[in-house]
Design a protein. Structure first.
Length: 99
């Protein structure tokens, strides 16, 4: 399965948008990712129209079990990041018209 790296994203932005150097494209992509990280770190939601929502959720501590031994363990409270794709993105992924 192929994957896209940050370097690939920078290259795509450089090729598709044009008008600036590869270094400037890298700075723009880096700035976007930093803005996303800072926003999520504050616990704020990110909504990208036509793409989806990124939401940080608080999970409470809970009791779980070690599947090998059956021993009870405490799973600590933590923050998790969830992504819910928009209907437009879901349609595109399933070969349907975006609207």
């Amino acid at each position: 399965m192929a994957r896209m790296t940050k370097a690939d994203i920078i290259e795509a932005v450089y090729e598709k948008v044009g008008g600036f150097s590869k270094k400037e494209a890298a700075e723009i992509v880096e700035s976007v990712f930093n803005t996303i990280k800072e926003t999520l770190e504050k616990g704020e939601k990110i909504k990208v129209s036509g793409f989806g929502n990124f939401v940080v959720r608080e999970k409470k501590a809970r009791i779980g079990r070690n599947p090998q031994t059956g021993e009870e363990i405490t799973i600590s409270a933590r923050r998790v990041l969830t992504f819910k794709p928009s209907q437009v993105l879901k349609n595109i992924l399933n070969g349907l018209p975006p609207g």
